[in-house]
Design a binder for this molecule. Sequence first.
Ligand SMILES: NC(=O)c1ccc[n+]([C@@H]2O[C@H](COP(=O)([O-])OP(=O)(O)OC[C@H]3O[C@@H](n4cnc5c(N)ncnc54)[C@H](OP(=O)(O)O)[C@@H]3O)[C@@H](O)[C@H]2O)c1
Length: 227
Amino acid sequence: MEKIAAVMGATGKTGKHIVQKLIEKNIPVRVLSRNPSKAKKMFGNNVQIIEGDLVQVKDLKELVRSVTHLFAAHGADNELGEDRYELVDFEGMKKALKSVPNGQTTHVIYMSSIYVERKNPPYNFPGNPLYWKRKAEQSIQKSVHAYTIVRPGWLNNDKGGKLRIVAEQGDQGDGKISREDVAAVMLQAMNFESAKGKTFEVYNVAGALVKNWNNFFSRLERAVILS
Ligand SMILES: NC(=O)c1ccc[n+]([C@@H]2O[C@H](COP(=O)([O-])OP(=O)(O)OC[C@H]3O[C@@H](n4cnc5c(N)ncnc54)[C@H](OP(=O)(O)O)[C@@H]3O)[C@@H](O)[C@H]2O)c1
């Protein structure tokens, strides 16, 4: 089946790498942004731009119609206001999932975060972003859709493809990762059945680059706990 992708958070510091990689692969891309002129400046005529604020829009049918892959790398700008984490990160994700037409096969590839499963995270941010990211994960895990949930460590803007990427499960670890490498993992997830149903953390470490992405995904367990 021909791939068609939609990207939430497309203009973000990670989302832009996702979009650029999709364009390089000649995969048709639809992007959501509150600011279409920003998206146009970033991506030119290479993408279809859907203007919309996740808090304000009723549904996202125009964004997700016919897409085989839905990438979500959005995140609230504000902690406690009208556009807080609860409404952007969680309710926005739910809106997108609900907007996928019945019977449409869509693989949801979600950018979450490390620390979402820890009881008392050391960084107790106002607005509880980690709690709402976990709730967004759960809405995806419980949906009818195939999914891959990528939980990056602390993000940086280093060039991707320079360090090894490791994947772990259980949310016990800690580390940093380049946003471009997060995008690379999310793009690779498109290509492998072994990436589906997987929730995992990713970090950069010193060492050889990942050569076999099927092995990278295959050694991870499928999620069974949906609490
Ligand atoms: N900081 C860390 O170390 C860390 C670690 C792990 C995960 N994370 C999470 O990873 C995610 C991506 O991070 P990033 O730095 O790449 O993000 P970013 O640069 O802050 O980009 C956020 C994106 O979300 C979109 N967005 C925000 N509010 C929106 C709304 N109301 N409606 C529609 N779109 C909205 C923005 O789109 P427009 O402006 O175009 O509308 C933008 O494209 C965030 O959720 C972040 O919390 C962060």
